[in-house]
Ligand binder design. Structure first.
Ligand SMILES: [Fe+2]
Length: 156
């Protein structure tokens, strides 16, 4: 695969990570005041996604290609759509919307690791994809564990 082809894949992940960072940014104020531990995780995950987007952009520059200009509008609307559609509010609404988002991002990284060209990517890019996929699985696992705790309480 040529550098331009790889840069395109990196750019699509960078945009996804940037969108995910925006989603966390929008979700943070929705979290209930008493849920400070969840809010801390949201802020950590927000930082992870920002770091991912930055590192992926730097990797694109390293290939001699132009990194993407991030657009914030699209995700803002998508995030609102999810919360409105589900009628979910507060911590539960935030976590439901973030779960949808994390599934998308985790799947995108899983697809990258399954890419038939994966073994031909530069070693540093392979390492980034593997490490970030682990981050995404960790984010998703945390969100799902929180939802498992919240959902039974909501049904009472
Ligand atoms: Fe994530």
């Amino acid at each position: 695969m040529d550098n331009a082809g790889l840069a395109k894949k990196l750019a699509s992940l960078a945009q996804l990570d940037f969108d995910a960072a925006q989603a966390y940014n929008e979700a943070a104020p929705m979290v209930g005041k008493s849920d400070s531990e969840i809010r801390e995780h949201i802020l950590l995950f927000y930082e992870d996604h920002k770091r991912h987007a930055k590192t992926l952009s730097d990797a694109i520059s390293g290939l001699g290609e132009l990194p993407p200009h991030f657009s914030i509008d699209i995700m803002g609307y998508a995030f609102e759509d999810v919360t409105l559609l589900l009628g979910a509010t507060g911590t539960f609404g935030a976590m439901i919307a973030l779960e949808q988002n994390e599934k998308l991002v985790a799947q995108a990284y899983a697809d990258m690791l399954d890419d038939s060209d994966f073994s031909k990517f530069p070693m540093d890019v392979q390492s980034i994809f593997k490490a970030y996929y682990d981050d995404e699985k960790r984010h998703l696992a945390y969100i799902e564990s929180v939802l498992h705790q919240i959902e039974p309480a909501l049904k009472k």
